[in-house]
Design a protein around this ligand. Structure first.
Ligand code: NAI
Length: 254
């Protein structure tokens, strides 16, 4: 499928994990990709994968929690790739701990990256996306996809900062859809469930089994499962979908 041919996507946290899988999937569908992560040099592997898929890639070092860096990143992407059609706010961190013992610093760090970072990039791409117009003046807009989490919907002990940040991302997604819809800019979130990753590989077997018991599809998700959902939200196949939270969790919660 090459439904994203001619489109430009920014993917944050794209050096590894789910972000890298998203960048590769969007490239396979034809989009050029700005591969963004904290350090430009961390992006090399993803850049190579995007190029192997036949798309253009630029690596940009950016801390999503710093608004000036985010604005500079979007400027660089427009200079190098010409425009922004698709924005994937994927960069995210955890700093888990019970809330009674959670430090101010751990609360702030997680909110800064997961929620403020998503806001900064959404604000920065809104105007460039408004300028995306067809030759006849039709508003082409864009598609913003935020990576939330199942725990942003249901809560999770030990993750006050993380769940609050992802709940905030869900509300921000709905507000963005309302504010920018008239310009044909859609905004949706993907809420992954338990995804196989370096983070989840280290969990004890009994914890993994307890999670598995709650998953009707009887397997953990993969980064590719998330990437496929993001690719659908990025393209015209989802042209009338906005303000939605797409759970990709094997049926873990309804
Ligand atoms: P990961 O830790 O493997 O990758 C996150 C990437 O974000 C890293 O490359 C990291 O360098 C980058 N990053 C961190 N802080 C940044 C900052 N301030 N500025 C720019 N880049 C930064 O994580 P993973 O598992 O791939 O998760 C990706 C997203 O999916 C996150 O938003 C996470 O919360 C979400 N998610 C993950 C789940 C899982 O089971 N792995 C489940 C639900 C949601």
């Amino acid at each position: 499928m090459s439904d994203l041919k001619g489109k430009v996507a920014i993917v944050t946290g794209a050096a590894r994990g789910i972000g890298a899988a998203i960048a590769k999937k969007l490239a396979e569908r034809g989009a050029d990709i700005a591969v963004c992560d904290l350090k430009e040099e961390w992006c090399a592997e993803t850049v190579a994968a995007v190029e192997a898929a036949g798309s253009k890639a630029v690596a940009v070092g950016v801390n999503v929690a710093v608004s000036a860096e985010v604005d500079a990143c979007v400027k660089t992407v427009i200079e190098k790739l010409g425009k922004v059609d698709i924005m994937v706010n994927n960069a995210g961190i955890t700093k888990d701990g019970l809330l009674m013992r959670m430090s101010d610093a751990d609360w702030e760090a997680v909110l800064d990256v997961n929620l403020k970072g998503t806001f900064f990039f959404t604000r920065a791409v809104a105007r460039p996306m408004m300028k995306n117009k067809a030759a006849d003046g039709t508003q082409l807009g864009g598609s913003i996809i935020n990576i939330a989490s199942v725990v942003g919907i249901m809560g999770n002990a030990g993750q006050a900062n993380y769940t609050a940040s992802k709940g905030g991302v869900i509300a921000l997604t709905k507000t963005t859809a309302k504010e920018l819809g008239s310009r044909n800019i859609r905004c949706n979130a993907v809420a992954p469930g338990f995804i196989q990753s370096k983070m989840t590989d280290v969990l004890p077997e009994d914890v993994k089994k307890a999670y598995m018991d709650t998953i009707p599809l009887k397997r953990f998700g993969t980064a590719d499962d998330i990437a496929k959902a993001v690719a659908w939200l990025a393209g015209d196949e989802s042209s009338y979908v906005t303000g939605q939270i797409l759970s990709v969790n094997g049926g873990m919660i309804g």
